[in-house]
Design a protein around this ligand. Sequence first.
Ligand SMILES: *Cc1c(COP(=O)(O)O)cnc(C)c1O
Length: 369
Amino acid sequence: MNDVAALEFTRQQAQPLPAERREEMLATPGFGDVFSDHMVTMRWSAEVGWHDAQVGPLAAMSLHPATMALHYGQTIFEGMKAFWRPNGQRALFRPADHARRFNSSARRMAMPTLPEEDFVAAVEALVRVDGAWVPRARGHSLYLRPFMIAAETHLGLRTAEEYLFAVIGTPARPASLEPKPMRLWAAPEYIRAAPGGTGAVKCGGNYGGSHIVQQQAAANDCDQVVWLDAQERRYIEEAGSSNLFFVESTIGGPRLRTPPLSGTLLAGITRDSILRLARSLGYPVSEAPLTLDEWEQSCRDGRITETFACGTALSIVPVGHVASTEREWPVGDGTAGPVTSRLREAMLDIHYGQIPDEFGWMRLVGTEG
Ligand SMILES: *Cc1c(COP(=O)(O)O)cnc(C)c1O
């Protein structure tokens, strides 16, 4: 385990939000609309590399209109969570894996990488100072958003020579512990990612291009889009910004199937965790392609009994229905199935320390004050 990182942060304490006001916000359902008191920032330049690491008050940033990130899309991010522990500590879920993926995004976008221990130290620094912002309720968390942008002022098209890294935190407060099953919208005329493109990394542009389809989904009473492969428009890749799992019924019991990491899927850390957790719970798992037609047919004849979407933001959410311009079908009886619920509860138990962390996924963080 990496313990103490070499990185030194300069510190400036924020005027914290009064505790009553904060508790009120933590008790109100929502996501991404309120932020913890502090932020971490760090700068990179071609001459000195990473420098100027700071923990300071969360504040607006002033950007020159020719800041390169605003024009040419060199922006990447991560999404990870801190959970509350009854012993007063907080725990981060798989932070080193998020650090590694952040660096793979950076490499794909020709941006500087950050030593993994510095990435983890930056996230930990925010959790330590804003530990009071980690909600206590099961199913709630402090969502952390590390990101990096091309910060150089320059309008010629080339890679930037200055970057800004930052971490901010927003409490994730779901309305209920039992998520409502999703309706997914399959729209083969749009794709999210193509071979050789940026689908495997978390860069801003991937999401900018998806809103138009998300609007179409919403207009058809659906929650998220099912993304299909770019070449044949048949193979299922992901749902919105989460990975998908199918539960197949066999004589030997249920088994799990998820699309393989073809290079156009985002390799979710939740996806990887579920693959390992499912095996340890005795479910066979396979990474095998599935077409939209096979999915429909298998739901209709009972070979697929459940489907769920998974990712850091939403955890595990059942898929109840799938719709497209031509057809619509239910998955199982349209509600959360037993395998989905069991995996969801097991993940929550790991997050909240209610079962032993046999995979070594949780990293404990002490808090100040
Ligand atoms: C972030 C993301 C996921 C889920 O990844 P996790 O590491 O599980 O949060 C899946 N698909 C896309 C497109 C994503 O951006």
